[in-house]
Design a protein around this ligand. Structure first.
Ligand code: AMP
Ligand code: GLY
Length: 426
């Protein structure tokens, strides 16, 4: 099978890595890709938001499966354009991707499907905003209705700051604050059958101890030793399946990856948000643990045959990923800095630790790999338990040089400790 992956982040590198290890994949292409993906896939230039261009590329490559990584192309209808040319696509239609593209739409679907989520008001004017902030009280949760790359949400106890963000948004969702740990649970679906993956946790704040601004994600781990073993079944029954059923009932079936961002509150599981694609950086750890070859799973979803897919096989071990970000990320990042140490990780730590690239490119003049975005690398490692995986990941992180970069030093630290002495001593 010839597979084309659309996107250029560490998530797409993780997808390409898993696909490159699948014996059923004969050729692997990625567009636009990055310097790391270039080592395992043939890169092509394309405007990922241009459905006609992506479809044309897929046809010219004779792709048997197209996997769309990021949300923006999905919301722009890229999956529809490829599907219209008769090529199986892993990724929802533009209409179904509204589950991520509009928080108000997601709230409406959840209400209709009886899915537990934070109570919310959708506001469009100052009077509505003030009434909603007053109704919930602090801490205030204020969300831009549209796509904002994880940066449209402000959670604050400062009424003035909440009000300012709300007024700057246009259409805004103001909702009840949810406390409790967060879990990311992904499911692969063909619009009818829903196959959950293993849960993961990501770290959204820029600095250790969950301090600093929200980011696209600074690290992740899986499994979650502290989580109730029945969590996945519960979320399948109360969140994932009802949501997929509701979208099918509306005539806009959702096929692809349904990502539930959940809060485990004292009153039970609540949906914080839905995404319509694999999460980054959680994908890096979830796919590190998946033993079933990936292409067959994605193709079964793309062609409506998930009901005949054998159960997924998972490693019992753990995976941890640590994101190395550019100077000044999540503000305007500095780019063009050379990255060193990649060869050392490949020579000394592989295959149990490896570097997935996000914002990187090969400098045309020097041939060096240089930073080209905010999140630059996602250093990923596996181990028999979280403590082991963490140790390997940080050993590899220490080999990487990138001037001015920063990363969190506490990814999975608490979970590894709480997993008990048996796990931490291994
Ligand atoms: P989102 O873009 O909706 O995932 O929100 C980004 C982050 O803001 C989430 O991962 C949470 O940490 C936080 N957040 C969003 N909604 C809520 C809420 N209702 N209560 C508490 N925290 C929230
Ligand atoms: N890990 C957060 C996201 O992918 O949106």
């Amino acid at each position: 099978m010839k597979v084309l992956v659309i996107g250029s982040g560490a998530r797409e590198h993780a997808l390409c890595r898993a696909l490159s290890l699948d014996p059923d994949v004969s050729s692997l292409y990625c567009a636009p890709g990055n310097a790391g993906i270039a080592e395992i896939a043939e890169l092509h230039t394309v405007d990922a938001l241009d459905g006609a261009a992506v479809a044309e590329l897929a046809v010219s490559l004779e792709a048997g499966l197209v996997v769309v990584g990021p949300e923006a192309p999905l919301v722009a209808g890229v999956a529809d354009a490829v599907r219209a040319r008769g090529i199986p696509v892993f990724g929802p239609s533009a209409q179904a991707a509204q589950l991520e593209g509009s928080k108000a739409f997601a709230k409406d679907v959840m209400a209709a499907a009886g899915v537990p989520t934070a109570r919310a008001y959708v506001c469009t004017d100052e009077a509505g905003i003030d009434a909603a902030l007053d109704a919930f009280g602090p801490p205030y949760v204020v969300k831009d209705d549209g796509l904002a790359a994880g940066k449209g949400v402000v959670v604050t106890s400062d009424l003035q700051a909440a009000r300012e963000h709300a007024l700057a948004c246009g259409r805004v969702v103001i909702e009840e604050y949810l406390d409790g740990p967060e879990v990311s649970l992904f499911a692969v679906t063909d619009g009818e059958t829903v196959v959950p993956l293993q849960p993961a946790q990501d770290f959204k704040r820029a600095h250790d101890g969950d301090e600093g601004p929200n980011t696209g994600g600074m690290g992740a781990y899986s499994p979650l030793p502290w989580a109730d073993p029945k969590l996945v079944d519960e979320v399948l029954a109360t969140v994932l399946q009802p949501t997929v059923d509701e979208l099918r009932r509306r005539g806009t079936p959702f096929s692809g990856l349904l990502y539930a961002g959940l809060a485990i509150t004292s009153r039970g599981v609540r949906v914080i948000e839905f995404n319509a694609r694999f999460g980054d950086p959680e994908t890096q750890v979830v796919l590190a643990r998946l033993k079933t070859p990936l292409a067959g799973v994605l193709l079964a979803a793309a062609t409506g045959r998930l009901d005949s897919l054998p159960p997924l096989r998972w490693s019992d071990g753990a995976a941890v990923t640590v994101v190395i970000a550019s100077h000044n990320y999540p503000g305007t990042p500095r780019t063009g800095d050379p990255i060193t140490g990649l060869d050392q990780v490949a020579e000394q730590d592989a295959p149990k630790a490896y570097v997935l690239h996000a914002g990187t490119k090969r400098d045309a003049a020097s041939g060096d790999v240089v930073s080209a975005g905010g999140r630059v690398l996602s250093v990923t490692a596996t181990g028999s338990d979280l403590a082991k995986a963490r140790e390997r990941a940080y050993r590899a992180v220490a080999r990487i040089g990138l001037d001015g970069s920063h990363h969190r030093s506490d990814i999975a630290a608490k979970a590894a400790r709480e997993a008990g002495p048996e796990a931490t001593s291994a």
